[in-house]
Design a protein around this ligand. Sequence first.
Ligand code: ADP
Ligand code: MG
Length: 698
Amino acid sequence: MTTANQYSLAEPVTALSGVGPRLLEKLERIGVSKIQDLLFHLPYRYIDRTHLSPIGSLRSGHYAYIQGEIELTQVRFGKRRSLLCRISDGTSSIVLRFFYFSKSQEKGLQRGLSLRCYGQVRRGQGSLEMIHPEYRVLNDQFENELDEQLTAVYPSTEGLQQPRLRKLTEQALLALKNDKDSLIELLPENILIKNKLPTLSDALTYVHRPPPDADIQSLLEGKHPAQQRLAFEELLAHQLSLLELRKEFRKEQSPVFTKNSKLVSNFLKSLPFELTNAQHQAYEIIASDLNKKEAMLRLVQGDVGSGKTVVAAMAALQAIESGYQVAIMAPTELLSEQHYNNFLSWFEAYKIDVVFLTGKLKKSLRTEIETRLENESPVVVIGTHALFQNSVSFAKLGLIIIDEQHRFGVHQRLALLEKGQKQSVYPHQLIMTATPIPRTLTMTAYADLDHTIINELPPGRKTISTSVISNERRDDVIDRIKHICAEGRQVYWVCTLIEESETLQCETAIDTAETLKEKLNAVNVGLIHGRMKSNEKEEVMQNFKKGKIDLLVATTVIEVGVDVPNASLMIIDNAERFGLSQLHQLRGRIGRGDIKSDCLLMYQFPLGELAKQRLEIMRTSSDGFNIAEKDLELRGPGEVLGTRQAGIPEMRVADLMRDARLLPQIQSAAIFLLENNSDKVESLIHRWLGKSVDYSNV
Ligand code: ADP
Ligand code: MG
């Protein structure tokens, strides 16, 4: 039999004593198949049983190890039956509360016995409590045995107990201790020194078995230097994988579109306005991207109303002129329809085929469009995700334009490319977003894209003044609508966001419209929501555009793209429930004409502190980037963009917000490695991203 010190980290876990097929199956579920994987299976919290805390010193929220004598045990009946046990240590007392308990457990907690408990302290009814603490009855109340180290708690899976995991990690740590070189240090020394990072093996040893004097608070918050070292390496691995991906992608061949497109210059002449400088510059860059053999992969960010659609149209014309097909994808039915109508009227003069493809089309019509796409004829096809369903295949796709792409991640982007790929010729990709993506995120989730920012609004836009008001003043607001409409202006009323339920949101909109109709009988009230058929929605929008509707009650379907310059007032009901970037998008529906516009953020009284701060940001800022940065600070990236959708990868140790300050160093470390230690790059990516990096199978 092998003894522990002879294990090598590269061996399969089954080499460890006691690991058979059944345990292996569980370990594989948590990503462990080699002994080394155990070292990278990191604790997510720690139990500190190295000392006892006096009960009188406890604070709500803290985890603590305590000892005390049982004063009273009783079953409390009420809404939820629970077993309460009060213990005291002379400094104070605390209640242990169990919702699930057995008769024998109740019997075992007799008055006078001494207990040791570990758990989280919280404020209960009248005193502090621990809910379902770990506890044990002491045989000898003067027993003094305490742990010598903090105990790591690992992410686990069903049937795999903590003690088992601890024993296994113990063996892996021993193997590491006996042969420090068995775990390859992938960060070059100068990076370690420059960033004051401990070595990998020191960091791992510390994180798995922190000594008793460790700063537990910083460990719990993930801010300990040992953890930061690991976070650094993990973020670096992600950064490298995106940069590699981008390098791979650039090797692909794409069609070359002629630069000085006649169609584009004719189109510009036909527009009733001049392009802004920012629009010009953005198109210049895109035009030369499209003129190269390497595939374009460009993100154009521009605040609401900055005129991204015109720029997209120019790119589309360039592709069409070279005989290619263009696919334009928007996130909602309503928006893709608007694009369709825009492009149809813009391109009519040039006899360009523009078609609309959605999931809701009749089968026969759909088949007809699909047949056209299978032909090589140049065509602009506009639609939702339906564009990239299996039945659709493009004969000559040269350019993909994605509008409002923050809802798509790296993987979806790649899937689209595969879709358009024909005989290893890849379509160019242009991504447009009005959701300003904070720098922190562009450096990580979007590191594979080039960026262009349209940082200028067309001239003559009036600023929007925003106020925050309580819904107790609803009647004043309704009066104000009356006045605005009497002046011939139009109004949006955006209804409560009801998460997880579009149906409920629509119902609220229907109710609100009814109420407003009753109160405002001189005003034409219209209604638009996501449950309406697309031709119904289109009709309502047209009527609003034509001024037949004065007040449009809407759900968030109007979030993007809707353009009615005569609308000068927007009320957002229960504004505190929306994300700031979403509020900014919604607000962008007004202030599109030459009149001063107002946005009223109406909240449900009373307002919490965080909500107050957030609405205050909206009131004082009209800069989408600033708003997004602030929102990110207050709520974190997952909340702001939705981790999954945003393509922000799941991290093991790193946390984008907490570790954001590391990002600039990580970026320069990534560049350094690619230039000087490219042999380490693959191993780093593999170590942290493992199998998930197989981008060819998205
Ligand atoms: P977004 O960037 O929000 O997608 P759009 O492309 O929808 O903005 O443009 C908003 C409105 O501004 C549209 O009505 C569009 O025709 C108009 N527009 C675009 N560019 C200009 C410009 N340079 N001057 C004046 N109006 C413009
Ligand atoms: Mg747009």
